[in-house]
Write a protein that binds this ligand. Structure first.
Ligand code: ZN
Ligand code: ZN
Length: 389
């Protein structure tokens, strides 16, 4: 089959690779219909996530058609149209039992690599480096789905492929970002990053009771999407002082909850950006935490910082004193897709949220390298490139 493979930093190639096979009785094989790029893929492509190997197939947000199931797959069958959770959960461990699917003890086939870096291993993720299981990703014609009864969800009638694909990863990530804030009616939520996940976090914050949502980015087209589809107020960080603007917009108190939907490759105007960039290039610091620093300062006293933008390793100059003395609550994590997907499919089916607008470019796999370059540099008003293998 054809697959989009990582061959080195900033270098992808479409290659012929062997078709996936059922390896365990709980596996299924899915023919990929649509597979989206995700902001977190950029960290792999840019070389900030170690344990990538030449030939790894990337991609973790996808939907498709079941073409084969192992003997212990009971809920779904050949021919079903499914959306697949990007994290791999066994469904039987203590964490899966508690709904914390991205922390599954058995979903990472290479747990020992992650244990060295993190103490304990999080779950595996499709196409997301060997520290996260070394699973083949979804930018391919076919993919093996382990623990298929937990990870695959039948797409209801009336929900299009273009809407369903984002229920795999982007929508649940944005929803969990809002869910972690424990939003009370009337709360004001600020969201850093108006990419796919940020857009979904905006919508989700309203679904969960926020009265106002303020989106922060620097790309005018992303901010206008946040206004149009998300009913958010918007701030461009290249044009205004974010701390002052947020203070003014919230009557001097600050947003109740701050969502970081950017993560480790954040940009900011000013000298600190170059400090972090240089340290990151020299591998003295793995992540550029501008959004975290700003959100800690911007958040109201006693508020929540909810982090779904991905961080990989170590950061500098985190204003911990501000966080502690302002009594902030920190919540974070890779999302627990299996917990959220059924509820999100209902929102989409009822027409309350339609994530299909995130799809700005639909391309064949052969344009993978070009697609990721465009997504990375956000040219041609690109929000999400979706490959149709
Ligand atoms: Zn993702
Ligand atoms: Zn588990």
């Amino acid at each position: 089959m054809k697959a989009l493979c990582w061959v080195g930093t900033n270098h992808l190639n479409v290659e012929r690779v062997p078709d996936p096979e059922i390896l365990n009785p709980k596996d299924a094989i899915v023919r990929v219909i649509l597979s989206s790029v995700c902001g977190s893929d950029l960290h792999l492509i840019d070389g900030y996530v170690p344990t990538m190997r030449e030939g790894d197939i990337i991609g973790h947000e996808f939907m498709g058609e079941v073409v084969e199931v192992g003997p212990e797959v009971k809920k779904l069958k050949r021919g079903d149209r499914v959306v697949v959770a990007s994290v791999i959960g066994c469904g039987g461990c203590w964490f899966c039992d508690h709904g914390d699917w991205s922390l599954c003890d058995n979903g990472n086939a290479h747990a020992s690599i992650a244990e060295k870096a993190y103490g304990y291993s999080p779950a595996g993720i499709f196409g997301y480096s060997h520290a996260f299981g070394g699973y083949a990703g979804s930018h391919a014609e076919y993919i093996r789905v382990p623990f298929a009864d937990n990870g695959m969800f039948k797409i209801p009638e009336g929900v299009s492929d273009e809407s369903a694909v984002f229920v795999s990863d982007g929508f649940p990530t944005g929803f969990m970002a809002a869910d972690m804030c424990n939003i009370q009616p009337g709360d004001i939520v600020a969201v850093w990053g108006a990419g796919g996940v940020g857009q979904m976090a905006i919508r989700s914050a309203y679904l969960l009771g926020a009265s106002r949502v303020i989106a922060i980015d620097r790309f005018p087209e992303r901010l206008s999407m946040a206004r149009l589809h998300g009913k958010a107020e918007t701030l461009n960080y290249e044009e205004v002082n974010i701390l002052e603007a947020l203070k003014e917009m919230t009557g001097g108190r600050g947003p109740d909850h701050c969502i970081d939907a950017v993560g480790q490759e954040a940009d900011t105007p000013g000298a600190l950006h170059y400090y972090d960039l240089v340290k990151q290039q020299l591998k003295l610091e793995t992540d550029r935490p501008h959004v975290l620093r700003q959100a800690i300062l911007a958040c109201r006293k006693g508020g929540t910082l909810s982090i779904v933008g991905v961080y990989g390793g170590y950061i500098d100059k985190l204003p911990m004193g501000a966080a502690m003395n302002k009594a902030l609550t920190f919540r974070m994590g890779q999302m627990h897709a299996q917990k959220y997907i059924p509820r999100l499919l209902e929102y989409v089916q009822r027409g309350e949220v339609d994530p299909a607008y995130l799809l700005t470019h639909r391309w064949p796999l052969e344009r993978g390298q070009e697609g990721y370059q465009m997504f990375k540099h956000k040219t041609d008003e690109c929000m999400r490139v979706v490959f149709a293998p």
